[in-house]
Design a protein. Structure first.
Length: 263
């Protein structure tokens, strides 16, 4: 499996960055774009890496926030693109409560991008994309963040989906922001795949505002997973990333926009 980090909050010298996430995945002959960031940053970095999106088979949009979906406005459609996979509730208007309610949902109407509207495949819980490729949504959130709202209620983020890729009875998980909680997401995956090892976890973990105790608690849980590779990105935050690097050492790989990795 080949991974290319196209959008992240930090970038290698010579590459672009923004608050957002986009990862290009080559897996068993298939090409998947996981999230698109907010702007065309992922396209600019892809050009620098020599990635041609004409071979893209699937786009997976992890949840309905601008920094994971906005870049779709700049994507040039191709005949090989089979589906754009998104949760059925992702287009519901979302807001962040700061000094005011700030819109932070998908920055376009679902019918606005004509070519994309024909390709949206709206999922809810479990969906098989292709052979050994799945997404999983409707994950229970036991610690909702009262900063985020949808339909005038605290957002439970049932619309956030996990991309699951299987290879030789091992799983690689992709989590955009883990608003539902990393543990909650992983535990639901484990129930569906009870005899599969989670080999790799690539995730934004939304721990950038956590205190030391919360980061320590997540570290202890992750130790029980016995993964081979941990790739924390985006909203994980520097403090949590450094803690994970300290705990998991060479198993924790810190990547930036512009990085490639073979796993």
């Amino acid at each position: 499996m080949e991974l290319s980090i196209l959008t992240n909050d930090e970038a290698k010298p010579g590459f672009f960055f923004e608050h957002g996430l986009s990862v290009y995945i080559q897996h068993q002959g298939k090409h998947i774009l996981f999230d698109t960031g907010y702007t065309d940053v992922y396209l600019k970095n892809a050009r620098k890496l020599g990635i041609d999106f004409i071979t893209t088979d699937y786009i997976v949009l992890s949840h309905g926030h601008y920094d994971h979906t906005g870049g779709l406005r700049y994507f040039i459609s191709n005949s090989d693109l089979k589906e754009i996979i998104i949760h059925k509730d992702a287009f519901n208007p979302k807001y962040a409560k700061e000094n005011y309610l700030r819109f932070n949902g998908i920055p376009f109407n679902e019918k606005e991008i004509l070519w994309a509207n024909k390709l949206f495949h709206k999922v809810e819980d479990f969906y098989k994309i292709d052979d050994k490729m799945y997404v999983l949504g409707n994950i229970q959130n036991d610690r909702p963040n009262r900063k985020y709202y949808v339909n005038q209620e605290v957002d439970q983020f049932y619309d956030e989906i996990i991309l699951i890729l299987e290879e030789q009875d091992e799983l690689t998980l992709f989590l955009g922001c883990s608003h539902f909680g990393v543990k909650n997401g992983i535990e639901k995956v484990k129930k569906l795949f009870p005899n599969k090892k989670i080999k790799t976890l690539l995730a934004g973990m939304h721990s950038n505002s956590w205190d030391d105790e919360q980061i320590e608690e997540l570290s202890r849980y992750l130790e029980t997973i016995h993964f081979d590779v941990l790739i924390p990105l985006h909203c994980t935050g520097q403090e949590a990333m450094l803690k994970f690097k300290e705990v998991f050492k060479e198993k924790c790989i810190l990547l930036k926009a512009g990085d490639n990795l073979h796993i």
